[in-house]
Design a protein around this ligand. Sequence first.
Ligand SMILES: O=P(O)(O)O[C@@H]1[C@@H](OP(=O)(O)O)[C@H](OP(=O)(O)O)[C@H](O)[C@H](OP(=O)(O)O)[C@H]1OP(=O)(O)O
Ligand SMILES: Nc1ncnc2c1ncn2[C@@H]1O[C@H](COP(=O)(O)OP(=O)(O)OP(=O)(O)O)[C@@H](O)[C@H]1O
Length: 491
Amino acid sequence: MDEGKMDENEWGYHGEGNKSLVVAHAQRCVVLRFLKFPPNRKKTSEEIFQHLQNIVDFGKNVMKEFLGENYVHCGEVVQLPLDFVKQLCLKIQCERPESRCDKDLDTLSGYALCLPNLARLQTYHFAEHRPILCVEIKPKCGFIPFSSDVTHEMKHKVCRYCMHQHLKVATGKWKQISKYCPLDLYSGNKQRMYFALKSLLQEAQNNLKIFKNGELIYGCKDARSPVADWSELAHHLKPFFFPSNGLASGPHCTRAVIRELVRVITRVLLSGSDKGRAGTLRSGPGLRGPPVCEASPFSRSLRCQGKNTPERSGLPKGCLLYKTLQVQMLDLLDIEGLYPLYRRVERYLEEFPEERKTLQIDGPYDEAFYQRLLDLSTEDDGTVAFALTKVQQYRVAMTAKDCSIMIALSPCLQDASSDQRPIVPSSRSRFAFSVSVLDLDLKPYESIPHQYKLDGKIVNYYLKTVHAKDATVMSARFKESEDCTLVLHKV
Ligand SMILES: O=P(O)(O)O[C@@H]1[C@@H](OP(=O)(O)O)[C@H](OP(=O)(O)O)[C@H](O)[C@H](OP(=O)(O)O)[C@H]1OP(=O)(O)O
Ligand SMILES: Nc1ncnc2c1ncn2[C@@H]1O[C@H](COP(=O)(O)OP(=O)(O)OP(=O)(O)O)[C@@H](O)[C@H]1O
């Protein structure tokens, strides 16, 4: 990219989260990722450069090591002309969802991250001419805490995502409770994964987006304007899954297309080579928590049919879900066990503030930082070193609990080679695919007290409001009859 010759007209709004905003190049397969800040909390250019460089270093030295280099794209920090950034900011403002406009794009530093556009296959510099379908999933935390520091018994039974749903609906973030449970997606069991993906398609919230040729066609652009029309989605997807067949439109077609999509995504999620060192993080069998979440409609439906709890995960070790889960499990103590250790580090830093650098709280995220993450001991010897290791592991785990997985699918001819990209078959077509992870920014040390408070809030709200009324709420959830039949489809 020639940073000297930037033209805002060649870039378009692509998407944003809570902390960054992404624009995509119209022709080339690149995006620019800018940081965002609340209006009164601007940072210096030097701080922004350092923040972005830390993101790159963390990706290179830590996440690539854990997840494998094929999945992680670190990008590079670029310096852009300020005039370009200002014009671009004005140009895209009208496309930003209202709910995200509480933060402003950083237009003062001129720094951004340049990354491959993962909504297209990884050809980096040149746009593909083939049509591309891309599914982005933010799976969230896939295990139930196993730590003995957990004080609320409910946390050993119901996963955080399912509990948090109730607080989110109560505070108006989303309109209705999702049937998605991350433990189903991470189960490796095809029926549970199928149920999880279908639930995401029913209530996408911010956990699922679908792009066609780089354009968002399904999922929430704005929390207040969810788009969830399956027949419209099927209309977009039909040429991908039934290219040469005159499948009539209507509910039958919609169901067939959605079924193909879910099957293909399940297959892709279960694929993968065994690179990356997340396997070295595996904790013993006693340290893994229950395999199902009691609030998941899937396990509830099994129980209501008198069937046993499904077996524990059959995720293949090479697949990205497996690796992501291993990194999430670096949260060995749960926030309840971690918080006192955070306080220990805090007390030390209050006494010796100059040590913050040596402890690598704000980086550098280098090889030494990575090596310390591999110590999985939970024997507290009372030292600051022990507390620090657990704090850093927790931050990495939280990052893996909030990352997204991008799956790009491009149809290929029956007999054509795929340029060595892996292939996934569907019943009427074949796709070359790529899988990548995004949003691997290390969670800040400062967010730990917030996590501690939020955890208490989520559990207390669930216990007080939902669990007390459990029977009523859950029976209402099961009035939607498809729950019990859906899971029995052969996949
Ligand atoms: O706390 P959670 O689980 O609600 O996760 C937050 C996400 O909410 P979600 O539940 O996915 O809707 C939240 O996503 P949204 O802004 O709601 O789309 C952010 O990803 C937030 O991370 P950060 O503070 O921007 O680094 C996330 O915060 P972290 O807890 O990961 O720091
Ligand atoms: N390299 C990329 N290629 C294509 N799209 C991307 C890329 N990086 C980010 N995006 C898109 O931009 C959106 C916002 O990016 P990202 O999730 O990194 O934002 P964030 O503010 O850090 O998120 P969060 O709310 O979790 O803090 C993503 O959901 C994704 O759709």
